[in-house]
Write a protein that binds this ligand. Structure first.
Ligand SMILES: Cc1cc2nc3c(=O)[nH]c(=O)nc-3n(C[C@H](O)[C@H](O)[C@H](O)COP(=O)(O)OP(=O)(O)OC[C@H]3O[C@@H](n4cnc5c(N)ncnc54)[C@H](O)[C@@H]3O)c2cc1C
Ligand SMILES: Cc1cc2nc3c(=O)[nH]c(=O)nc-3n(C[C@H](O)[C@H](O)[C@H](O)COP(=O)(O)O)c2cc1C
Ligand code: SF4
Length: 650
């Protein structure tokens, strides 16, 4: 069996982690409105500790009832009345021999007056550029500049919060100095324009953090872990970058922290904090590596690490510990599966951010596109002692496969029929671009899980009423998915016109200049694929005023950045009326005509549910459930959630 460095124990100050896998802090909105710990939150973290992580760093918690709170239903550590709940949380993590650390945070300008009932504060009165996310108002206000006299009060709140964490039984605290919250606002020239001792140069900008660490240490004593999280690159113009952060890391080391946790990004560059699929895995590792070579204390690396990339990072000495956040939301059992020698069984995080991040942006509690149980452990759990039933699943796309897998885990007798010769449905073409490797991994995982299960799979089997009558299932799950939409445009059947499916599956031969009609995710990904992997000039033509409208914001940001790098051109506000041989004829909002030259035209205007009616099956089986794109073309999140809901209702 492979010897994993990830599984080696590691001593961090006065505690020993059983392995080098750390769950980084990730807000869940599972706390009560007053910031107290809830049963749901305990269940969520217990699951992750039970899964075998060496340490769990519990999400950012706010330290006072004044301006520190960043979000609704954020965890709080601002008062002693919260200690019993925090104690329950710490113990539920430690129960599994996992080290429990609590992150403590002050929002600074990254909050709103509707949350804190007063004007947000910051080192300088500079408004965040993140004024709206997913259509919701974000940090739109100009913050109030903190007076020097107020700084001591905030530092004391950090110290009191750390004292409470210790009293609650945590093994340590992590001071949140990253991601554009108050401490990182002080450190960065992007947000700190002060002329007093807390500004001007690195020494001044670092002072708030250094004094805070000193007070925190004073409050908790030497035998309690105190870590510091820093964004080593803010990925914004004038933001702090690696050079200064190396010096800063040395300063926090001297101030007495036990580890540095190296991350990246701020509110304005959120796609560098929780990197979507379009960003390379481990793209922050060089930051951790550089800092590790400059300090003596342990360094935690983070950023799209999975078991393999984390192991490689440790092997090459980029870090002492590896944090895997979304990977542990997607599969809390990740560490145990490595221990058991079954890394292939780890359900991969596909970095679509549809659930964890999008859930947060829409004000919901944490969810996961590939693990409906995350944050909903009670509702979406495998029920024991179900009556064994005969379940027929129609359609071997992602929804049908997940339904079959979960139904079989519930002990049902499951048959999955797929019309074509391959499993996967749309995920087959969706995962063709090299940049969709994570989606490909999910498909491979599902297929492997089905192969290990007792599900009977019948390929090239079109489910007909006759077949249903013959099989006599107790429950029928219809997952027949969606088809591509063909727009009613003159010339749509011309020889230069192809569909996104054929392009992605490499079934089309394109000219040097390709225009993609449709600026949704499918159109933009296809254009990126054409530019990056087929080496053609690509242009996206979109009828609405922008591309990727309605897409998960961090994914949209990263995809747009990558399209720009690949030279994909974008034309918005143009309705395509006609496709002539080498020309797209379009009209803008003022009915003005535009002609766009293209050797090939790729149609990617969306999907529509397959038309076959469920009624024909409804009469043949006592229980019929429609799931996935067949209800309405959406995404993997809905395919997985629908699959679970259907099985849990059987
Ligand atoms: C190019 C592209 C990229 C995408 N990228 C993403 C992404 O990155 N993230 C994301 O979340 N979503 C993405 N999506 C959307 C996602 O792929 C779909 O939401 C998802 O695949 C729907 O799964 P499904 O099983 O419901 O349907 P489908 O994938 O359509 O599968 C239905 C299956 O049923 C079979 N079938 C049909 N009729 C019968 C019958 N009578 N009997 C037996 N079998 C039958 C079909 O052959 C097919 O295999 C993408 C979609 C496309 C097209
Ligand atoms: C839903 C979500 C919430 C997050 N909340 C926090 C947080 O409370 N504090 C923090 O420092 N980082 C937070 N992060 C960043 C993560 O700790 C981590 O750095 C990031 O997800 C990248 O790691 P990963 O690719 O392993 O998920 C959050 C990330 C996600 C996805
Ligand atoms: S929602 Fe997506 S990105 Fe977030 S943890 Fe789940 S799989 Fe990963």
């Amino acid at each position: 069996m492979k010897q994993w460095k990830l599984l080696e124990p590691f001593t961090l100050a006065n505690v020993t982690l059983k392995n080098r896998i750390v769950m980084p802090p990730m807000c869940t909105r599972l706390a009560a409105p007053d910031g107290s710990v809830t049963t749901k939150m305990v269940k969520y973290y217990s699951e992750r500790a039970k899964g075998g992580a060496g340490a769990v760093i519990v999400e950012y918690s706010y330290i006072d009832e004044l301006e520190s709170r960043a979000a609704v239903c954020q965890l709080g550590v601002y008062s002693d009345h919260l200690i019993p709940g925090l104690n329950n949380l710490a113990e539920s993590i430690q129960f599994y021999d996992t080290v429990a650390i609590l992150q403590i945070c002050h929002a600074g300008r990254q909050t709103t007056s509707s949350i804190i009932r007063r004007t947000p504060v910051a080192p300088s009165p500079i408004r965040s550029r993140v004024t709206s996310v997913a259509g919701l108002t974000s940090y739109s206000e100009t913050p109030r500049e903190l007076q020097t006299s107020e700084i001591e009060r905030i530092q004391d709140s950090f110290a009191q919060a750390a004292r409470r964490a210790r009293q609650a039984g945590f093994n340590g605290v992590e001071v949140h100095g990253a991601h554009g919250y108050l401490l990182s606002q002080f450190l960065s020239p992007y947000t700190n324009r002060r002329g007093d001792k807390y500004g001007v140069d690195l020494k001044g900008r670092a002072l708030f953090a250094l004094e805070t660490i000193e007070r925190v240490r004073g409050a908790v004593g030497p035998d309690f872990v105190v870590g510091y999280r820093v964004s080593a690159d803010e990925f914004v113009e004038q933001g702090i970058a690696l050079g200064e952060v190396v010096e800063f890391a040395q300063l926090v080391e001297q101030a007495g922290v036990d580890y540095v946790h190296v991350t990246g990004g701020i509110g304005e560059s959120a796609h560098h904090q929780a990197q979507p699929i379009y960003v390379e895995r481990g793209h922050l590792l060089h930051l951790a590596e550089r800092i590790r070579s400059s300090v003596e204390i342990p360094v935690i690396a983070v950023g799209s690490l999975d078991a393999e990339t984390a192991e490689q990072a440790l092997q090459r000495g980029a870090a002492d510990l590896c944090a895997m956040g979304r990977a542990l939301i997607a599969d809390p059992e990740l560490p145990n599966k490595i221990v058991q020698g079954k890394p292939a069984d780890i359900r991969p995080c596909i970095r679509g951010n549809e659930g964890c991040v999008s859930g947060f942006f829409s004000g919901h509690s944490v969810k996961c596109e590939v693990n409906p149980s995350a944050g909903r452990e009670e509702r979406f759990s495998v029920q024991s002692g179900c009556e064994r039933k005969k379940v027929l699943v129609v359609g071997g796309g992602i929804a049908g496969m997940e339904a079959a897998r979960v139904a079989s885990m519930h002990g049902h007798d499951v048959c999955l029929c797929e019309k074509s010769a391959v499993l996967g449905g749309h995920i087959l073409e969706a995962s063709m671009p090299a940049f969709k490797a994570d989606t490909r991994a999910l498909l491979a995982w599902l297929i492997a899980q089905l192969e290990q299960s007792s599900v009977e799979i019948r390929m090239t089997t079109d489910v007909t009423p006759d077949l249903v009558r013959k099989l006599e299932p107790d429950a029928l799950i219809v997952a027949i998915g969606s088809d591509y939409t063909t727009p009613a445009v003159r010339g749509i059947n011309g020889s230069s016109v192809v569909g996104a499916y054929d392009v992605l599956m490499n079934n089309a031969s394109l000219g040097a200049k390709a225009a993609v009609v449709g600026g949704g995710t499918i159109g933009c990904e296809t254009a990126l694929f054409v530019a990056e992997e087929l080496g053609k000039d690509a242009l996206v033509v979109e009828m609405r005023d922008d591309i990727l409208i309605g897409s998960e914001p961090t994914s949209a940001g990263a995809l747009m950045e990558r399209m720009e790098r690949a030279g994909v051109a974008i034309r918005t506000g143009l309705r395509v009326d006609e496709i002539a041989r080498n020309t797209l004829v379009c009209t803008d909002a003022t009915e003005q005509r535009h002609e766009i030259e293209a050797d090939s035209v790729i149609v990617a205007v969306g999907l529509q549910a397959r038309k076959e009616s469920i009624d024909v099956f409804a009469k043949l089986c006592p229980a019929v459930y429609a799931i996935g794109d067949y209800i309405e073309p959406k995404n993997i999140y809905h395919a997985f959630e629908d699959a679970w809901k259907a099985v849990l209702r059987i």
